[in-house]
Design a protein around this ligand. Sequence first.
Ligand code: GDP
Ligand code: IMO
Ligand code: MG
Length: 434
Amino acid sequence: MSGIIVVGAQWGDEGKGKVVDVFSAESDYVVRYQGGANAGHTLVVDGKKTVLHLVPSGILHDTTKCIISAGVVLDVEQITKEINALKESGILKSTDQLLISDGATILLPHHRKLDQAREAALKNEKIGTTGKGIGPAYEDRAARRALLFGDLFAPEEKTRKRVEHSLKETNFLLKNYYKQDAVELDDVMSVIATARESLKAFRCQDASLLIHKALNAKRSVLFEGAQGTLLDIAHGTYPFVTSSSTIAGSACVGAGVGPTAIDKVIGITKAYTTRVGSGPFPTELFDAVGEDIQKKGGEFGATTGRPRRCGWLDLVALKYAIRTNGITSLAMMKMDVLSGLDEIKICVSYKDKDGHLVDEYPMNSTEIEEMTPIYETVPCWQEDITKCKSVEELPKTAQDYLKKIEGAVKRPIDVVSVGPGRKETIWVRPLFND
Ligand code: GDP
Ligand code: IMO
Ligand code: MG
């Protein structure tokens, strides 16, 4: 078996897309297992940027098969746009490169409309969702009224009935509670008709079976997480989370493979921390250093363009991510962004409101908000590190930073990223079969 999960260890945007693109050179399959077009995964190759929302980040490699599995909420209009753009740029050359499971949940215009209406009504209490309809689509799935990808190919009357069922409640809410126009059934059916035509060539029916066969044949399968640990519906900073399970266990659930198929879980973390949207963030910076990191790191959302809140690396949160995901090793991203700072702070534990030391990440968002970070200050490197090709080439202060983190969280750092491009990657250990 060669199943590897790539999972965000923070609040998303850690650089999962870059890591998956780099790893895809050695992967036969890349599987998206949860989330939807709320994700924005950026790949940079020879200075050319590709942002993916639903298509797995293995797509730049012609021979890697990209799978969208049952755990994903599939915005059929967004994926069609993405596919067309990838065809135009010559990246998507064959329909064999992308496969969609019959079990994926279809996300439709009324899901987006309800998400946006809810956020607008929340005023100062907003979650800060991406407005992509993720919550309402997963709600429909849990309420057993969702349309699945396979249903697109069922007799028209059956599909219409299912959509009518989903629309009834959503329209009731839109009209009577949020005072908005209803979404017309015929309009949704026309979106579905277009999707059926544009996506039928990518239908793979049972993706779980395909992945199972691949693993049995010792092919390498990468499971690509979206969002990050602290946005997990059950283990994140609730209610400021997304509506799916984002932790590594979700790869098994979403893709339909057993936990014994997984050999490694690679946790992706930035050398600092960012968050988009509302919610607690103990190490957030509100000063010129935070602004500097935001500017140098280009910390603006790949999906919504919103500025990302920036702060120091939080080892209490990172240890929590290691525990809840079973992370076996780490990829440390964006080391280059810290270059030139006067000093770096690392949050090693918290103090609660009564002054007690807290080493374990609190389960409750209100408690997290009350935490004061305890920092260790370390020197920063001043050199440009973007050309470094090995850990030994990094300045000693940068090596010490990595060693300190490895020692504190007791996990090896397998990959160090020193720039957005593929080549700006230091491999400490091989990915498969080390
Ligand atoms: P994802 O959602 O986890 O895939 O991450 P995003 O693509 O949303 O955000 C990460 C951003 O950082 C993207 O713009 C990447 O191109 C960029 N990036 C990734 N790794 C590095 C790195 O090591 N250094 C710098 N400067 N940028 C990076
Ligand atoms: P990637 O895969 C960062 C955040 C939103 C909001 C919360 C709920 O690029 O790392 P939602 O639209 O999911 O209902 O929003 O989750 N969020 C992300 N933040 N990266 C993401 O994805 C995110 N996807 C959702 O900002 O706070
Ligand atoms: Mg992102």
